[in-house]
Each structure stands twice: as C-alpha cells, then as structure tokens.
Design a protein around this ligand. Structure first.
Ligand SMILES: [Zn+2]
Length: 302
C-alpha cells in the first residue's frame, strides 16, 4: 500500500496560525480509512459494535437525532463528505448517544487501529463515539442556535480532526477564539455558533478539500490508495481562491518554547475562505521515519 508507517499519515502543520491552532496533528482522519469507503457512516444505535467500550450510552431522542442530522449537513456542506446513516451494528464510523460525562457538554472518543503486513499499512480502522452530556439542559433539544447544537458541531469537529485552538504548541490567544471564528472554543463563547467558523472552515478544507473523502483536494489519497502529491513549495501561500492569509508566520513554531512569539504575531483571520484548490500533499516521507508503528490507541476530547 501507500504507506509504510502510520506516522506518515498525520495531518501536518501548514504554517498558517489559524489553521494550525485547530489541526489535531495526531488524530488520523477518515481520508485514510483502509479499506476505503469514500464516505463516513453513522448510527444512533447505541448497541453498535464500535461504541466506546465501557461507556454507558443511551439513545438520542428523535429531536436530538434530527439535530445531529442537521449538524452533519453543516459538516458536509463545508467538507463535501457524504455521511450515511446506518441502522445496523456494524461498519459504523460515528456512533451518537447520550451519556453522563459530568459537567462536560459533550465528548468525542476516537479509536484507531492500524494493521500492517510486510512493512506496509494494510488497514486503518477509525471510529468515534460522540456523546451529549446529560447534565446540560440545552442538550435535550439541541436545535440550531442553541449551545447544544454548537456542542454537536464541536464534537463532530473533533471526530473530523479539529483540536482546541487554545491548546497545543500552536495555540492561539484567547482573543481570537470567538464564536465567529470557531466552534472549537470552550462552551460559552459568543456569539453561539450555529455553523463552523471561518477558522474551522479553513482547517476542514485543508483536511478534506471541500470535495469529500477520496476527492482531488485536501489531505487525500486517490482511489488506488496513493497519496495525492504534486506539492507546491509553500502550499498554503499558493491556495487558489483564498484571500491573502494574514498572520502567516513562516516557518512557524515547532516547539512549545516558540509559542510566545507565535502568539504575539499580528494575526487577522480572513472573514471568508474560498472553496477551491486545496491541492495539498501528504506529509513528505521522512528518511528519519524508519520504524513501523502499529498503533492501537484511544483519544478522548471534551
Ligand atoms: Zn472539545
């Protein structure tokens, strides 16, 4: 297959402050599922065989399910990803339910499992269990415009590979973490987002290109499983259809100790992002990556 190491299919940083604050670098994305499907399926069946082990989840109400479908429609409109609802217990990427998760509004549990054979990645399974916290009253009727709906967008954002912009080596100052810029802030941001913010859109299009899984754009592979290549030398600077990226700091920080300078740079998020030509490439294969890593891990993010 196309890769000899799971470490080759991370989501690399871009050099753009806003996007990099949201890239969950060690969260493998559904672009790389093997065997390939070209879509993400989901279920409300809490007995799904991929539901997070050990987590007591209960079924969403019809109202909650309708709101999840609306949130997925928002995600689809940004990414181009097809989300297919399934009713069975197998082949589910996303499982939605309610759970007692303390004071958390929502939670996304990601599991991934890579298999290899003869030095090549031969399989990568991914699944996410996304729950709404039962302690939050908004979650009972999480219609667009409510914090509950923003919570669904936030957790789906995690499942698609978005991280919190205030955490990690490329964290943004809190002044940029508004409801207009991102749904990936903590609960309580204003205005309450009813769609993905402009930073989210840029990052989701960086990851998925706007044309879905197995599309031409984004961090993607072709139908044969080979990484899309042809990287421009400074790919984020040459994106067609995007406004000038103010605030790009090149090459950007690479360690935690770089963060202060990064955070004091003059940054202005573009108001809108265009749709086209995120013709990006997978992380260049590094000669230093010689050891295959067969990974099974679980990540959880509130
Ligand atoms: Zn979160």
């Amino acid at each position: 297959m196309a890769w000899s190491s799971i470490q080759q299919i991370i989501s690399p940083y871009t050099g753009n402050a806003f996007i990099d604050s949201l890239v969950w670098q060690d969260h493998y994305t559904y672009n790389y599922e093997l065997p390939q499907k070209g879509y993400i399926d989901y279920t409300f069946n809490t007995a799904s065989n991929v539901a997070q082990p050990g987590l007591a989840i209960t079924a969403l109400s019809d109202t909650q399910q309708a709101d999840v479908r609306q949130a997925l429609a928002v995600a689809s409109s940004v990414t181009g990803i097809t989300f297919k609802e399934q009713t069975g217990q197998t082949s589910d990427d996303f499982v939605f339910g309610n759970a007692n998760i303390g004071t958390n509004l929502g939670m996304d549990y990601t599991n991934y499992n890579a298999t290899e054979n003869g030095g090549s990645i031969t399989g990568l399974t991914l699944n996410d269990t996304i729950v709404l916290g039962t302690s939050d009253a908004d979650n009972a009727k999480p219609d667009p415009g409510t914090e509950g709906f923003a919570t669904i967008l936030h957790e789906v954002g995690h499942a698609l590979g978005l991280d919190h912009p205030w955490q990690g080596p490329r964290a943004l100052p809190s002044s940029y973490i508004t409801g207009t810029n991102t749904v990936m802030g903590a609960g309580g941001v204003t205005p309450i987002p009813s769609t993905y913010g402009n930073m989210d859109v840029a990052t989701l299009r960086y990851l998925y290109g706007g044309d879905g899984l197995l599309g031409t754009y984004g961090l993607t592979v072709n139908a044969a499983g080979a990484p899309v290549s042809n990287p421009p030398s400074n790919y984020m600077a040459t994106l067609a259809g995007l406004p000038p990226i103010n605030g790009t700091v090149s090459p950007g920080p690479t360690t935690e100790s770089d963060t202060p300078a990064w955070q004091t740079a003059s940054l202005t998020p573009p108001a809108t992002f265009g749709m086209t030509a995120l013709d990006l490439f997978l992380s260049a294969q590094s000669a230093s990556i010689t050891q295959h890593t067969s990974a099974y891990s679980a990540l959880a993010q509130a």
